[in-house]
Unconditional design. Structure first.
Length: 267
């Protein structure tokens, strides 16, 4: 029987106006589906007019200018709905979804759904778990003492994966998917018994913790949830926040699977 890394996988990636999940916006996104290694992937892409200025620094990364997005992009509301529907549809088939730096992309998608659809990411997965594979976390857990950076470009170079058109959502998603397959093959002896049903499960945590840079009563200080790798918020705030943390659920606790993001693997 083929291992999970030789079976069907889905990958998701975004390009954005910046790196702040609370204020920045998605400008492009892609979902890539591959049924088996070597088969032709099916790609769904979205181009978004974010309705806010696109900084030159962001354009320098992904090449999408504000003018181009205004002319060719769609309004965010229907796009966010379509992305959530696509991910939920793939999750319903129990296919793992590869997301490089999952806490960032999933938190940003959650904020966009709240902003434009008065919804949230967890609304779409109340009954169906979202199984996520983060290539960076898998690599760091399985080869934790290797020195050097672990960006997507670095991982592709290390595992011999071709990355054509870096910082294009579809290209990055496909490369992330191939990195996960490569990691699985290289560490097959340690991963052959692992399967998605034993994933790490999340529980909602009401722990109070502090965030710097937020004032009492400000929108940023309102109760939020972040999709985080270790159950710790990435921001500091003076108001209590709700966060997602993980509870141990079977032998995959330290392998890279989880419901929303990858926790514990790089501790």
């Amino acid at each position: 029987m083929a291992c999970w890394y030789e079976g069907p996988l889905v990958a998701f990636d975004t390009e954005t106006t910046g790196v702040d999940v609370e204020t920045d916006r998605i400008v492009s996104a892609a979902v890539v589906v591959q049924d088996a290694p070597g088969t032709r992937p099916r790609v769904t892409q979205w181009l978004v007019n974010p309705g806010v200025p696109v900084p030159e620094a962001a354009t320098a990364v992904h090449g999408l200018t504000e003018e181009h997005l205004q002319r060719n992009g769609r309004w965010p509301a229907p796009v966010m709905q379509e992305i959530a529907e696509e991910l939920a549809g793939q999750a319903a088939t129990a296919r793992p979804i590869v997301v490089m730096n999952a806490p960032f992309d999933l938190t940003l998608l959650d904020r966009e759904l709240r902003r434009h659809r008065a919804s949230s990411l967890d609304h779409w997965f109340e009954t169906t778990p979202l199984l996520v594979l983060d290539p960076r976390v898998l690599d760091k857990h399985l080869d934790r003492y290797r020195k050097g950076r672990r960006t997507l470009t670095d991982l592709c170079a290390h595992y011999g994966v071709t990355l054509d058109g870096a910082h294009d959502a579809a290209a990055d998603a496909l490369a992330s998917l191939e990195v996960v397959r490569a990691v699985g093959r290289r560490f097959a002896a340690r991963m052959e018994r692992l399967s998605p049903p034993n994933c790490t499960r999340f529980r909602r945590c009401g722990t109070r913790h502090r965030h710097a840079g937020c004032r009492r009563g400000s929108p940023a200080a309102a109760a939020t949830r972040r999709w985080t790798r270790r159950g710790r918020c990435a921001r500091i705030c003076r108001r209590p926040h709700r966060r997602w943390s993980a509870q141990k659920a079977g032998p995959l606790w330290r392998t890279g699977f989880s419901r929303w993001a990858i926790l514990g693997s790089n501790q």
